[in-house]
Design a protein around this ligand. Structure first.
Ligand SMILES: [Zn+2]
Ligand SMILES: [Zn+2]
Length: 259
């Protein structure tokens, strides 16, 4: 497997996973031109993508979707309610618009969607099973449910939201309603929640974890890393052996070649 986080922040998200001969894109929250450019930087032709999977209809996950799909005519999967709420579905070639309810198999690879708690129509995370490994994308959720925990326990490779530092959010310049939304049950995961979730879920096998979807306003990568590291170390994990943390960036690719 190869994983490339093309962009990750509250302003734009796109992730690529290469499994066997297949290349999947999860979310298209950066412009079509930027997607093309970053795929090429990873040595990938945009037209070679097998499919696109959309987690939910917020702009930071779909910004470049319609232009990209119109140009390359790649099948794009999401939950039916997400398609109903995506404002530009009629601008997509109808043969490319596909629905995923729970799981599907694409040429020997199983892809599961799992529900998350977020203020969108039917938001999901995804688990990709192939090459005897599991890759999970879990971002954009306000509380950890047993569904999310179960998905993360399976993961060998994980992109996990570590959105905000609660103190930075509390004292920051966002209006009160937005602070409430972000910190709420259908908002975003804090650094502490991400650390606690990893400490409780990462038993049994080594994991590679990308800390993702960091708020550019209410977080810093070093704060997120230190917080998560403390939770893991106080639960007896050895960093670099049991869990390896990887950074992600709003404007830079973060890659991992696993085999
Ligand atoms: Zn969202
Ligand atoms: Zn988001």
């Amino acid at each position: 497997m190869r994983i490339h986080v093309l962009a990750s922040s509250s302003s734009g998200n796109a992730i690529v996973v290469e499994i066997a001969e297949h290349v999947f894109l999860i979310d298209a929250g950066i412009s079509c031109a930027c997607l093309e450019q970053r795929l090429v930087c990873c040595g990938l032709r945009p037209s070679a993508l097998s499919a696109v999977f959309i987690t939910h209809e917020h702009q930071d996950h779909v910004k470049g979707l319609d232009a990209f799909i119109r140009r390359y005519r790649i099948p794009v999967f999401s939950r039916p309610a997400t398609w109903e709420h995506f404002p530009r579905t009629d601008r997509l070639p109808s043969e490319c618009v596909r629905e995923i309810t729970e799981s599907l198999h694409l040429e020997g690879i199983q892809i599961d969607s799992f529900s998350v708690s977020h203020d969108a129509a039917d938001p999901v995370g995804y688990a990709f099973h192939g090459e005897d490994k599991t890759f999970v994308v879990a971002t954009d959720f306000g509380v950890v449910t047993s569904t999310v925990e179960n998905a993360i326990r399976e993961a060998d490779y994980l992109v996990l939201e570590s959105n905000h530092d609660p103190e930075m959010l509390r004292t920051g310049r966002y209006p009160a309603f937005l602070k409430k939304r972000i910190a709420g049950e259908k908002g975003h995961l804090s650094n502490e929640d991400a650390g606690r979730l990893l400490a409780e879920s990462c038993l049994g096998k080594p994991r590679q974890v990308f800390l993702a979807h960091l708020s550019q306003e209410n977080n810093q990568i070093t704060l997120a890393e230190n917080c998560v590291r403390q939770f893991l170390q106080s639960s007896g994990y050895q960093l670099g052996r049991d869990v390896t943390l990887h950074r992600t960036f709003p404007n830079r690719i973060s890659s991992l070649k696993t085999s």
